[in-house]
Design a protein around this ligand. Structure first.
Ligand SMILES: *Cc1c(COP(=O)(O)O)cnc(C)c1O
Length: 422
């Protein structure tokens, strides 16, 4: 592991200047957690100042017409460019979990009498909780079947194929698994669903902004996703949802609020859904957080998803090469797929002492710098690589610190006490 090699890779990197578009005040922090909370774009700072001071402070309610009312749809159209959809097919609204509920409910209702939802054992737990709640809403008549991973890293197309049957209403999976980074072949799996008369609803939270997605080309029915991870939209920024154009009049949101009504300001006593994607809105959006999403999207569109993916593959592969050379001998196992076409933009490794090792990684008093990954139960350390701002040098620094910690048993001084957010 020659640091010179990383320097060379950084020099050759066509995206290297994008790092300057982000607020990075402390160069001693190696931030490898962009898949949990993306960094702050510099232009977001200026925009938020303007929104608070001018739009809210000075223009007050007139800002609804001037700036805010169309924001959910305008930003949806921008996200559409990133995920291969058409304008009018994506809207920003609510959280990913709530959007999943709305779309899964709509799909299961539409697919009556089919009554089975298929997901997998390493989907994001919130998604599974949503399906469990849905089962209650449908008076237990829904069946939820989870495809189990054999190795906790991958799920094969054959497993998906044998799970789908004529009772299946919906298959709903994360495109990229939050723990292992396993990536499904979305086009192929969507095709399997359609062949059996089922619909496909994808959670793009761990793939949007990290891997190219072509929802239209792959004939995807529905999708949801986060904006605060690789899209760098800010903590708690609202999520997005996609419904393919020809399905928009067939699917109905179960949470009918005035923002999803055709004419909210008629104050009609009866709900009439807005045509198009707007019918999937519910209530007033969090305008500050919503508006703050835009600069992150602009950076991604400028860099280009293909370029981002190319660098991401190089970086995750580099990390895995270093793992094999430096970390495997120290007891770390790889928990992400090796084939690049099955891997998103993070890499997971496992160690029985993972929790305390992460504490040592974050502690800047060891080696004079902090490395910020995620700990994921029970023994996973997840390194999110955001090609827009992560360098190859940062990957070397992370691996060097891991090796140092193990060689000096530096993790043993930390307690096993956990905080609210890990
Ligand atoms: C981060 C993430 C979520 C988050 O959902 P919210 O409701 O927006 O908090 C959902 N699904 C997946 C796959 C995620 O990675």
């Amino acid at each position: 592991m020659l640091p010179e090699q990383a320097a060379k890779l950084d020099n050759q990197d066509p995206l290297r200047n994008f790092r300057n578009q982000f607020v990075i005040n402390d160069p001693s922090v190696v931030y490898l957690d962009g898949n949990s909370l993306g960094r702050l774009p510099k232009s977001t700072v200026r925009l938020m100042e303007e929104i608070v001071t001018d739009q809210w402070g000075n223009e007050l309610i007139s800002s609804w017409n001037k700036h805010w009312y169309q924001k959910s749809i305008q930003l949806g159209d921008k996200i559409a460019k990133i995920i291969g959809a058409d304008p009018g097919e994506v809207i920003v609204s609510d959280s990913t979990s709530v959007n999943l509920y709305k779309l899964a409910f709509a799909a299961v209702t539409y697919q009556k009498p089919r009554r089975k939802i298929i997901s997998d054992s390493f989907n994001f737990p919130s998604d599974l909780y949503i399906f469990q709640g849905l089962k209650q809403a449908f008076s237990e008549s829904l069946e939820i079947e989870l495809i189990r991973s054999q190795d906790e890293i991958t799920i094969s197309n054959e497993q998906v194929c044998s799970a789908i049957d004529q009772k299946t209403a919906l298959i709903s999976l994360s495109h990229v698994a939050f723990k292992s980074a396993f990536m499904y072949d979305m086009k192929y799996v969507t095709g399997l669903a359609h062949d059996a008369g089922a619909m496909a609803l994808w959670d793009l939270s761990h793939s949007v902004g990290a891997v190219p997605i072509r929802l239209n080309e792959w004939n995807v029915d529905m999708a949801v996703g986060c904006t605060y991870k690789y899209l760098n939209g800010g903590p708690g920024a609202p999520a997005f949802l996609y419904v393919r154009k020809d399905l928009q009049e067939k699917l109905h949101s179960p949470i009918q609020g005035w923002f999803g009504a055709a004419n909210p300001f008629d104050f009609s006593l009866d709900f009439h859904a807005s045509p198009g994607i707007r019918g999937f809105l519910t209530g007033t959006p969090p305008v500050l957080s919503l508006s703050g999403i835009e600069p992150g999207l602009d950076v991604i569109l400028k860099a280009g998803m293909e370029n981002i993916r190319e660098k991401s593959i190089l970086q995750t592969a580099y990390f895995i090469d270093l793992w094999r050379e430096k970390l495997l001998p120290l007891g770390f196992s790889l928990k992400s797929p090796l084939p690049t076409d099955q891997r998103g933009s993070h890499v997971s490794i496992a160690h029985p002492e993972a929790f305390r090792i992460v504490k040592a990684l974050i502690d800047p008093s060891i080696l004079g710098y902090s490395v910020v990954p995620d700990f994921r139960e029970p023994d996973n350390i997840r390194f999110g690589i955001a090609p827009l701002y992560n360098s190859f040098e940062e990957i070397v620094l992370a691996v060097q610190k891991l090796a140092y910690i193990m060689q000096h048993r530096a993790h043993e001084q930390y307690s096993l006490e956990k905080e609210n957010v890990t």
